[in-house]
Design a binder for this molecule. Structure first.
Ligand SMILES: Cc1cc2nc3c(=O)[nH]c(=O)nc-3n(C[C@H](O)[C@H](O)[C@H](O)COP(=O)(O)OP(=O)(O)OC[C@H]3O[C@@H](n4cnc5c(N)ncnc54)[C@H](O)[C@@H]3O)c2cc1C
Length: 284
């Protein structure tokens, strides 16, 4: 199908983007990579009267150190995240998640900010955002604010981002001993079950673990039972297998669709939790 007609303008700065959006009186939308929005427009599930292109705003993309933290601009494309030498060395889990997204076309146009704002229940990044306990930076007419990833993902395609705000970027403390494992749809590579695991290890013991799950339910969520089961345990395959065995058992309302039934997803959560944890352990 062909989308309905729309006006197009290109923003030159964050303030310009926000002003242009405000001027549309709720009838406009930002477009970054267009890899989620354009398919929706072609299906006429979204019919914005104006598209404001934010893909070339100077400073909105890039991966940089900020003290001990890493900042990534919302406009950074998946390919840049996947191939970043800084991330591959300091936070391989995130580079790994980005490398698993879609295909080269998607990775070269799709952006981190677009993926987080769109919040597809099968998107890959949300699991890593939870495992990294990332801060999500937003800007709107009333100023800037920061939302924890754990508060950001609210429901299916629903996040804590107001219609008049722009997602500016993320900031997190990098985790070396982390990994991402996913069971993916063969055609699109979207996650049927995707697990990001980040371990804090000291003296052969797991001090703490953060585990994010995507693809399985309406929005990404932390596997807190597994995290609790791992805390204080020796870093070993036995501890991991014991903790991963019941992963997701308490989760209600798992997705069921043409790609996988609820039962299949439930069965795969422990498998991919175990795989992500074993890979994270190898990096500790
Ligand atoms: C064939 C195909 C395969 C894919 N496979 C995967 C996959 O395996 N894993 C995966 O995770 N994703 C996958 N995707 C989705 C892809 O990652 C998209 O790039 C991503 O979801 C959206 O990013 P975008 O930059 O293209 O956003 P756009 O499509 O431009 O925008 C999406 C939405 O976010 C809003 N938006 C964009 N940027 C901002 C911002 N900075 N602030 C506020 N709002 C903003 C837009 O207004 C729009 O509502 C796939 C897509 C396609 C087409």
């Amino acid at each position: 199908m062909i989308s309905t007609g729309f006006e197009y303008s290109r923003a030159t700065s964050l303030d310009d983007a926000l002003a242009k959006l405000r001027a549309t009186n709720g009838e406009g939308k930002f477009i970054a990579g267009g890899h989620s929005l354009v398919p929706l427009m072609k299906l006429r599930l979204s019919e914005p009267k104006t598209l404001i292109d934010i893909a070339r705003i100077p400073g909105l993309s890039g991966i940089n150190k900020h003290g001990d933290n890493i900042q990534i601009g919302a406009g950074t494309v998946h390919h840049e995240v996947a191939t970043s030498a800084l991330l591959r060395q300091a936070c391989p889990m995130l580079a790994e998640a980005a490398a698993s997204i879609g295909d080269p076309q998607v990775r070269n146009r799709g952006t981190l900010g677009g993926s987080l704002a769109h919040a597809d229940p099968s998107a890959d990044y949300p699991a890593s955002m939870l495992a990294l306990d990332a801060d999500i930076h937003l800007k709107g007419p009333k100023g800037s604010r920061v939302v924890k990833a754990s508060e950001f993902f609210r429901g299916m395609f629903t996040v804590d981002l107001a219609a008049d705000e722009i997602l500016v970027g993320i900031e997190f403390s990098p985790v070396k001993s982390g990994a991402y494992a996913k069971l993916y749809q063969r055609a699109s590579h979207f996650a049927i079950v995707g697990v990001a695991a980040a371990l804090e290890v000291k003296g052969g013991k797991i001090q703490s673990a953060r585990i994010g799950l995507t693809g399985a339910s309406s929005h990404a969520t932390r596997l807190t039972d597994v995290e609790k089961a791992l805390a204080g345990k020796p870093l070993s395959k036995d501890s991991i297998e014991a903790a991963a065995r019941t992963a997701g058992a308490n989760l209600q309302d798992l997705n069921s669709d043409i790609h996988a039934s609820e039962e299949y997803r439930r069965a795969m959560i422990p498998v991919f939790t175990g795989r992500a944890l074993v890979a994270a352990m190898a990096r500790a």
